[in-house]
Design a protein around this ligand. Structure first.
Ligand code: ADP
Length: 473
């Protein structure tokens, strides 16, 4: 239960209820005030119209008769019809007729709720009328004047002024009720919707907990395209990444162990054979042992380099450089080796190597490393009489370097894997030439760290073509 109080669903419901209360209170207070103001305005306007009528009736009476005699009946009738207490005064302020039971009119004269109005006929002040507030005449009484008029049967003894206040109260009550009904409906809806929403969150939490305990196979079904759906996709992608990283780590450890074992077994074999007197420790034996140790140190160097490039804090030392110049320098480093292997080595730097189009921001040492790995492979896999052509090609926003050879080529089934770690087309052969299967992996890492791409095309028996492309922007 306490868990529910801390849950998002509870907070959503409380939040909604709070917003609803606030909205209701605001609408209620404002609505009530507005209704009261309207009612007051309405009452005021109605009063003004009523006073004008009473005043007009009395003015007419005086105009017709020339004096106030016999006015009591008219005043009583008007009072009865309007529900207002009325007192008529003569020009000197003496009470001519007052409609209240108790009053001789004196009290009303001092009451500030009574509205006084002068009656003027032919520019002469002939009297004043005092009119009481609404419902000031509550009780029906037979009039006291001389002109009796018949009282209909069943006339109630007491007549009450309809209260406009009741109207505003009713309006306020209906508003409150409709607000409450909408609120309860809203809360039910919010709790249903949030339950549906939070089901996905609970599923994610479960999966994340299992993932944290090491079950990397955890995936959650994506429920929609909303934020939770996006979070679920991100979670799945993260789990996928973790699983594949873990798989790679395991494979890597196994592969490295395997790679270390073969040369070490060889070295051990040579040394034990020499110790047992089976083999002589002559130049050939020492050369074989040396070759195996060279292989081991190359493997360890490449592994260290790969680990360095894959580290999260791996940083390139970027500086503006002319790519064609960097390429030319690497090519020159291989000229001697190519010549002695009977391979023709050419380099086409594209446009003038020192033109702005050729300028890129690169880490020179790392790009030279990429070139060296590609050139080393080309030299190793191209027989005497073959050629290696290097060219630099500029495009709109990229610049590409192509290393093409006429060597042995790579079979289609191997081509997609040549950039994988420790992948070699012919392990036993390449091991003897010192290849550890990391050269292209390192090249790929370095090119991608520059924001570029690298690819390989090859036809078995005809040659291979490696292209890496860097952005110039
Ligand atoms: P290594 O360090 O063993 O050369 P790489 O990662 O550089 O490993 O290359 C992976 C594999 O791709 C090599 O075993 C090799 O057989 C093949 N390969 C790479 N470059 C070429 C090429 N230019 N011609 C033919 N095969 C190649």
């Amino acid at each position: 239960m306490t868990r529910w109080f801390h849950s998002l669903q509870f907070r959503l419901i409380v939040g909604f209820a709070f917003v609803l209360l606030l909205a209701l209170a605001t609408v209620g207070i404002y609505g009530n005030l507005a209704a009261q103001r309207e009612v007051q305005d309405l009452r005021h306007a109605a009063d003004e119209a009523l006073f004008a009528r009473i005043h007009e009736a009395l003015t007419e009476y005086y105009t017709t008769g020339g004096n106030w005699s016999g006015v009591a009946g008219t005043v009583e009738r008007v009072s009865y019809l309007t529900g207002r207490d009325i007192t008529l005064l003569d020009r000197d302020g003496n009470v001519l007729f007052a409609t209240t039971q108790s009053g001789n009119g004196e009290r009303q004269r001092k009451d500030r709720d009574y509205t006084s109005s002068r009656i003027v006929v032919a520019e002469n002040h002939v009297g004043s009328v005092l009119i009481g507030p609404a419902a000031s005449r509550r009780t029906f009484r037979p009039y006291r004047g001389p002109d009796r008029f018949p009282i209909p049967e069943g006339t109630p003894g007491e007549i009450h002024e309809p209260s406009l206040r009741r109207f505003t109260d009713t309006a306020f009550r209906s508003l409150l009720w409709s607000g409450l009904v909408a609120g309860v409906g809203g809360i039910v809806l919010v709790s249903l919707l949030s339950r549906r929403l939070l089901r996905s969150v609970h599923r994610l939490t479960d999966a994340a907990q299992k993932l944290g305990k090491g079950d990397l196979s955890q995936r959650v079904a994506v429920s929609g395209r909303d934020e939770i759906g996006e979070l679920t996709s991100t979670f799945n992608a993260m789990a996928e990444g973790l699983e594949s990283a873990e798989r790679q780590r395991r494979n890597m450890v196994a592969d490295v162990a395997h790679e270390l074992r073969t040369p070490l077994t060889n070295i051990r074999g040579y040394i034990e054979a020499v110790r047992d007197g089976v083999l002589e420790a002559d130049e050939t034996t020492i050369a074989s042992i040396h070759q195996q140790t060279m292989y081991l140190s190359k493997l360890i160097d490449d592994l260290r380099l790969l680990a360095e490039t894959e580290a999260a804090d791996f940083q390139l030392d970027l500086e503006p450089a002319f790519l064609a110049e960097v390429v030319l320098r690497s090519v020159e480093g291989f000229r001697q080796q190519a010549q002695s292997n009977g391979i023709e080595l050419t380099c086409d730097p594209g446009s003038d190597p020192a033109t702005p189009v050729n300028q890129v921001k690169v880490d020179r040492t790392r790009i030279e490393q990429v070139m060296n790995n590609l050139l080393q492979n080309a030299v190793e896999h191209t027989p005497a009489g073959g050629r290696i052509d290097i060219s630099v090609q500029e495009a709109q926003e990229t610049i590409s370097v192509i290393v093409a050879d006429t060597g042995e080529g790579i079979a289609d089934e191997h081509l997609p894997h040549v950039f994988d770690r420790l992948y070699r087309v012919d392990p036993s052969r390449t091991r003897s030439t010192g290849g550890v299967g990391l050269g292209l992996t390192i090249a790929k890492q370095l090119v991608e760290a520059h924001g570029g791409t690298i690819s390989a095309e090859s036809t078995l028996g005809e040659g291979s073509r490696f292209t890496f492309t860097l952005p110039t922007a």
